[in-house]
Write a protein that binds this ligand. Structure first.
Ligand code: SAM
Length: 217
């Protein structure tokens, strides 16, 4: 079902202190944005931001960047982050969000600055002609390698069996080592797991969640 347009999203983002309007300005200087040397984790396709809001608030010594290409989603992410930090009476200092098409992510991030990438429930693009658009496609992984630190990790979750099995090959082709994988995350005992909105939706339908961690070698 298509989500109703959020007319409030763009005006709210325009005055949001942790929404970056010109991410190109920080290309090569994300540490400068956060003003510290803490590790930086990047979520690609953060959607409504439920994952980001949970993981960032309990990891104050890690900086987080959430990227999406939908302003409506980024508006919801903003509200989820605000609610999560308000609940814990914390200032929002270690998380920011921005608009960017991930296929051109190198426009906003360069150098070996990212310690970890999260990809949660990206579009599976089932037609062979569309495979290249997958956020885990080899072409994309080779781009991510350019700004992922050595031994940096990609954490990938999906509901989709075909995308999961193809992604295992993509990671191998892009010279990542898969150091953890499960085809049933919720029964695997893996902790901590922060559930995303799509994760809950698929899980409620009885679909098992596939998850892997791949390390840059
Ligand atoms: C299926 S949703 C998953 C949202 C969330 N990660 C979750 O697990 O619930 C995919 C998200 O990725 C975003 N997205 C898809 N392709 C993208 C791209 N090329 N660049 C940036 N965001 C993208 C969409 O706008 C959407 O919010």
């Amino acid at each position: 079902m298509r989500m109703r347009t959020k007319k409030w999203a763009k005006p709210e983002l325009a005055v949001c202190p942790f929404y970056i309007k010109n991410p190109e300005d920080y290309r090569g200087n994300w540490k400068g944005y956060f003003k510290n040397d803490n590790p930086i984790h990047l979520e690609l396709g953060c959607g409504k931001g439920r994952f980001l809001a949970q993981v960032a608030v309990v990891n104050q010594d890690i900086n987080f960047i959430g990227v999406d290409l939908s302003s409506d989603m980024l508006g919801l992410t903003k509200r989820n982050i605000e609610a999560s930090y308000k609940e814990k009476s914390l200032e929002i200092k270690n998380v920011c969000t921005t608009w960017q098409n991930i296929e051109r992510i190198e426009n906003i991030i360069s150098g070996d600055v990212i310690d970890r990438i999260y990809i949660n429930f990206c579009n599976p693009w089932h037609k062979p002609k569309q495979y290249k658009k997958r956020l885990t496609h080899t072409r994309q992984l080779l781009n991510y390698r350019k700004f992922l630190k050595d031994s940096g990790e990609v954490h990938f979750k999906t509901d989709d069996d075909q995308l999961f099995s193809h992604s295992l090959s993509y990671f191998e082709e892009a010279e990542f080592e898969v150091i953890y994988q499960t085809t049933d995350l919720h029964s695997s005992g893996y902790e901590p797991n922060y559930r995303t909105e799509h994760e809950d939706m698929y899980s409620a339908e009885g679909i098992k969640i596939k998850f892997l961690i791949a390390k840059k070698v």
